[in-house]
Design a protein around this ligand. Structure first.
Ligand code: SAH
Length: 375
């Protein structure tokens, strides 16, 4: 493993007042901080030399103090449904992924101009959910706040350079964020919250808190902590089973925080927050797709007024899980609906580009190992 750690800080890890203070320390007036912030967040500058209204000496100083961009684009894959998947290489050689997902009425229940970016919070993942590609290579490290924020800016910059048609009549490309990329967001709590505050800030990416979803495998103490934050975020729980025996087989975290504890934490969250809670439920043939599981899932969802997102399992190389037939998927959905639960069956998006969490990195790491990388 490459252990290189940068001594300089990614400037996108800093709040506005911290940027102002950093510039004060080198005797620069406040308006310079605003110019700098505009270059980063409004003009997507990826070199200090682009910042032409800053004096050359200041640009040089900034380049010694901060990293502007720490990732390089390795790969973009575009699927037939215009879902795009990005693979970035970080300074220390590690990889992170993003998926850019155009509005999908089937996913959200209403037609709109939503453009969602699926954002990663860690390199790899420590939680080893059995159906997920991210855990297969183990956990490498947390992303810092700047590396999290940068994913949004880098994709938007890419879209501008590509003159993406979806940009038409829009100030910014991305208006919805889901932390469903690689890693467990709540295991990188401080960096996640810092990044979200920057993503949410008007001076930053200016994306409303209600348009930001944190997805978690169910870290109970952090869910409780999140309930006390000022932000009104959306919370998605990767549930994937409605009984402890099935869930523990799929998700080792369930042994530490079984369903009773998780539901109690969600009741606490509900009492403190008005934001929506969703249950994510990957349908896996012969594992969690029975009508009995569906009925039990309804019992968990109803008292919490939780919406259920059913997701047909994506194929992951090396994993022997399959999606059930459409008939079984619809049966499962109908049991939920009959029990009064709001539920949607997500159409598989980006299937032909390995869009399931962690898949592109998995493939690339193996290509590097076997020296067959194609970019
Ligand atoms: N650790 C967090 C976020 C990353 S995974 C969490 O567990 O929620 C987020 C989502 O990735 C899962 O809920 C699931 O929707 C999706 N996912 C992972 N593996 C998948 C697979 N094989 N098929 C379909 N979706 C998958």
């Amino acid at each position: 493993m490459n252990t290189f750690i940068s001594k300089t800080e990614n400037i996108k890890s800093l709040y506005q007042d911290e940027i102002v203070n950093s510039l004060k320390r080198i005797k620069e007036p406040d308006y310079r901080a605003n110019q700098l912030i505009n270059w980063i967040y409004k003009n997507y500058a990826n070199s200090w030399d682009e910042m032409t209204n800053l004096p050359i000496a200041l640009r040089k100083k900034l380049s010694e103090m901060f990293i502007l961009y720490s990732s390089k684009l390795v790969k973009v894959q575009c699927s037939d449904d215009l879902t795009r998947k990005f693979l970035w290489q970080l300074e220390d050689g590690e990889f992170v992924e993003n998926v850019l997902i155009p509005a999908n009425p089937a996913l959200y229940g209403e037609p709109d101009d939503r453009m969602t970016l699926c954002v990663s919070t860690q390199v790899g993942c420590a939680y080893k959910c059995k159906f997920c590609a991210s855990g297969l290579l183990g956990f490498k490290r947390n992303l810092n706040a700047g590396e999290i924020v940068e994913q949004i800016l880098a994709v938007e910059r890419w879209a501008i350079n590509e003159k993406l048609p979806e940009l038409e009549n829009k100030k910014r490309l991305i208006n919805n964020i889901v932390f469903m990329g690689m890693g467990e967001p709540l295991a990188n709590y401080e960096n996640l919250i810092r990044a979200i505050k920057i993503i949410n800030a008007q001076w930053g990416c200016n994306i409303g808190a209600r348009k930001i979803t944190i997805s978690t495998c169910g870290l109970v103490p952090e869910i409780r902590q999140l309930a006390t934050e000022k932000l009104q975020l959306r919370l998605a729980i990767s549930l994937h089973a409605a009984t402890n025996d099935v869930r523990s087989k799929l998700m080792p975290i369930n042994k530490k925080y079984p369903l009773e504890n998780l539901m109690e934490a969600l009741r606490f969250y509900r009492m403190n927050k008005s934001g929506m809670i969703t249950f994510e439920y990957i349908l896996i043939e012969g594992v969690n797709d029975s009508s009995e599981q569906a009925a039990k899932l309804a019992k968990l969802a109803k008292p919490l007024r939780t919406k259920v997102n059913l997701i047909p399992c994506n194929k992951v190389e090396g994993l022997d899980f399959h999606s059930p037939s459409e008939t079984v998927q619809k049966q499962f959905l109908n049991v939920l609906k009959r029990n009064g639960v709001t539920a949607t069956l997500r159409k598989e998006k980006g299937a032909n580009i390995d869009a399931a969490c962690g898949q592109l990195r998995l493939k690339t790491e193996s290509e590097i190992k076997h020296n067959t990388i194609k970019t």
